[in-house]
Design a binder for this molecule. Structure first.
Ligand SMILES: NC(=O)CC[C@H](N)C(=O)O
Length: 332
């Protein structure tokens, strides 16, 4: 038989490591309780698809994930993937921000080796817990030749999703991770990776971003557009010294007259403004709902506001030129 691939599991917490009061507790349990060794022991089938090692990086619910966690995790992933005896990395993670960590790593991991992020929607103590099968599939995927060069992947519920386009679409159900309209990349079929498409956007070893010397990221926050929109949030972000603001506009990133006027002033004061959409689907089109050349804003293209925040932070580590930043939004 062929030698098994070496897969390193970096554990960060979440429901996959969560415990509930009873076997029927599927909401209202405690995330981030079980250590990585126990997660591995609970799935003896892992030994059939890979030589696995575990490392506990954090033990948190993913709503507490922050920029400093991301920098630490990215540096560790880059270190681990440099080792000749590591073929792939699996990261266990809470599902609430899995898509953000995935996209961040998709932009800053400097390797073609597979990186797969996995979570669960039911805690480890629940009947029909999904963590064990999700972990099995993630380890198999991270050890597969098929996943090499595909960018950071998210796998739950027998699916393979690309970091750029995946989002959590349902608060409680198992079929929550999807790339609405743009589509998933493939399926895990009895532990075999089946890819049907790949992202056309640059990622991992092809990006211009380098976190190796970064200790912090520029501050970028998101304000949400609604009817009756006001400028309270963007005023507060500006007063706090944010380097950039992502505006999750209505529809194709439309802005109320008052919000447009205030964002235009803030741009003149040097704050970068990225126009995105609260709809969760479709491109926010440059020049569509705003004269972006005149106001010197950038648009998020098809990135959701939470992913536009990540790209804007990383872009601001390289340049302050909004034309350059717009190019990055069309590249990654
Ligand atoms: N299903 C989950 O993983 C959600 C648990 C928790 N809120 C987290 O994101 O870590």
């Amino acid at each position: 038989a062929d030698k098994l691939p070496n897969v390193m599991i970096l554990a960060t917490g979440g429901t996959i490591a969560g415990t509930g009061a009873t076997s029927t507790t599927t909401v209202g349990y405690t995330a981030a309780k079980i250590g990585v060794e126990r997660l591995i022991e609970a799935v003896p089938e892992l030994q059939k698809v890979a030589q696995v090692k575990g490392e506990q990086v954090f033990q948190i619910a993913s709503e507490n994930m922050n920029n400093e966690h991301w920098l630490k995790l990215a540096k560790r992933v880059n270190e681990v993937l440099k080792k000749s005896d590591v073929d792939g990395v699996v990261i266990t993670h809470g599902t609430d921000t899995i898509e953000e960590t995935a996209y961040f790593l998709n932009l800053v991991v400097k390797s073609k080796k597979p990186v797969v992020i996995v979570g669960a929607m039911r805690p480890a103590t629940a009947i029909s817990a999904d963590g064990p099968i999700n972990l099995y599939n993630a380890v198999a995927l991270a050890g597969s030749k098929e996943a090499v060069g595909q960018g950071v992947l998210v796998s739950l519920n027998d699916e393979i999703q690309g970091a750029r386009d995946v989002t959590k679409t349902n608060t409680i159900t198992g079929h929550t991770f999807r790339a609405p309209e743009l589509g998933s990349l493939g399926y895990m079929v009895s532990g075999q990776a089946k890819f049907y498409r790949s992202s056309t956007r640059k990622h991992t070893s092809e990006t211009e971003f380098d976190v190796s010397r970064l200790e912090t990221l520029p501050a970028v926050d998101i304000a949400y557009g609604t009817a009756n929109a006001n400028t309270l949030a963007i005023d507060a972000f500006a007063a706090a010294g944010d380097a950039g603001i992502v505006y999750a506009g209505t529809g194709d990133g439309s802005l109320s007259t008052a919000v447009r006027a205030r964002l235009t002033e803030l741009r003149q004061q040097g704050i970068h403004i990225n126009r995105s959409s609260r709809t969760g689907n479709g491109p926010t089109v440059r020049g569509g709902e705003n004269d972006d050349d005149k106001t010197d804003f950038t648009v998020s293209d098809t990135l959701t506001p939470q992913k536009a925040r990540i790209l804007l932070m990383l872009a601001l580590t390289k340049t302050k030129d909004s034309k350059e930043i717009q190019r990055m939004f069309y590249t990654y």
